[in-house]
Design a protein around this ligand. Sequence first.
Ligand code: ADP
Ligand code: MG
Length: 597
Amino acid sequence: MLDIITLLPDHVANQIAAGEVIQRPASVVKELLENAIDADAKSIQLFIKDAGKTLIQVVDDGKGMSPTDLRLAFERHATSKIKIAEDLFALKTMGFRGEALASIAAISHVETHSRRAEDEVASCLKIEGSKVVLQEPSTQLVGTSIAVKNLFYNIPARRNFLKSNTVELRHLIDEFQRVALAHPEVKFSFFHNTAELFDLPATNLRKRIVGILGSKIDSYLVPVDENTSVAQIKGFVLKPTQAKKTRGQQFLFVNQRFIKSAFLHHAIQAAFEGLLPPGFHPGYVLYMELDPKTIDINIHPTKTEIKFEDEQSLYAILRSAIKHSLGIFQVVPTLDFERNPDMDVPYSFRNKTPSSPPIEVDSNFNPFKEHSQRKPQKDPQWESLYAGLKTDDLASDHKNETEGLLMAVQPASRVFQLYSKYIVCPLQTSMLIIDQNRAHQRVLYERFLSAITTTKGTSQQLLFPQTIQLSPLQLEVYKTAADILESLGFHLNLEKKNQLSILGVPEFCPQKDITEVILDALEKEEENGGAESFSQADLMAKKMAKKLAIKTGTVLDIQEQQHLLDDLFGCKETTVSPFNRKIFLTLEKEEIEQKMM
Ligand code: ADP
Ligand code: MG
């Protein structure tokens, strides 16, 4: 009998390997962009035709290749990045399998030009389906250009498997964005057919993020910055109000490489606990630096997955770093702390011994332990300032700031109402002018939302239950909203003939308006009215907040004004109302002085 085992010819082996690394045009883009980065390019251009089905070209100004290296680069297991197995562990560059170019060349038509600074001419290499068809001197500036044409031309099954241009382009953009976000110091441009999709100058992290995610995002970026012996974390999370039902705005980089980690993603999500309605995903662009010896990125051919030596600590560090940022950065920047203590103490209190502010710093606080249950929303949430603080010395650092914050807005004689519409709150070097209606909308909205999403709203029973007659339309809305209303603290009962009886209402619902509040809540939104809302729960919280908020024209006494401010600055978001209107403006002392000139 004949032997039946044969060795696969090289070009077949290459095609099989290629299928593993290159799944679609976007995989080529990723490999080529990463190679350009590894070659220390300062400027990278990406040209795409027909979502990559016709052409993918990357042009860089990196260190280039000698003619021999250019030839070798397309051999399997050809890499300049590892020489011995140990190198694998210390490697920080992007790719190190040494098979990307070989794979690409096995399944497309490649034309490449490359030149090093020390060479007088460039060299050109053409490969079709792993076969070199041409190598000759050429003209080209220092750097490398690789054009990949007719991807999968020799694997029809793959080619037919490609999705529509729109879908493939979306993948291309994703890969491009990931690399561009990881390297703000490199200039990038991206052309699709004749359109320039991105033009990103070399810049800093924040500007790069804005360049990619859009200028609207800027004001929602909350910085994260944490240094520990295990990991350094920097970057930004988006404010909870920017959370989305999709995961489009989630970028996590480890040692400048985009990775997917369900585990670390979970840590980030956990930091937002209680701040997001169910089913919503926070946005983030976070960068972790870890000792390469403690990670293994080579376990997956496309290299977006990663293994960590010490997952548990990373989880805890990541979560607490973000919690810390969410707690600190949402309130503090709106108030200033450079105050003259004399000015903060109301005159009549000058000679009295101050009692300590109602803040307790938990010196045993340990971010690696589960957080204890949040306090109900009723208290002003100054504690949120402390969320995630780790050590005693940190805590005492911030204690002064927080006392300052309390003092800065608390002394009763310092706030006043203007035009029955605004509350004016003078600070040391500026003045806040707060819209009472919008501020209260924000306060109520967050309370309602938290009642719906986290705890149960507290309810007060009515002495005399009331009934309302629902129209068929209201009935329809009621059926979908009954649970939400219940969790807000409404105690309702649907009787026959569309009669809704009201047995109890949320604590902060004025009893005289009950039927109106409910009818309002059951109003069907016009076509687009609810488009900006997360969900029905969100919509409901907004409607109720609007209905019940203190109106413009309502005269408030000092205590009510003070309460409103306390409540507002205890909110998770303090700057805009649930309907995205500005809650307060800050008038700088300098601005006033300038106007006086
Ligand atoms: P790897 O990146 O894993 O080493 P590749 O197949 O992607 O494997 O690349 C093979 C080699 O070709 C690289 O190690 C590098 O030396 C060289 N190379 C690839 N692209 C470039 C480029 N744009 N500029 C300079 N050298 C490059
Ligand atoms: Mg590579």
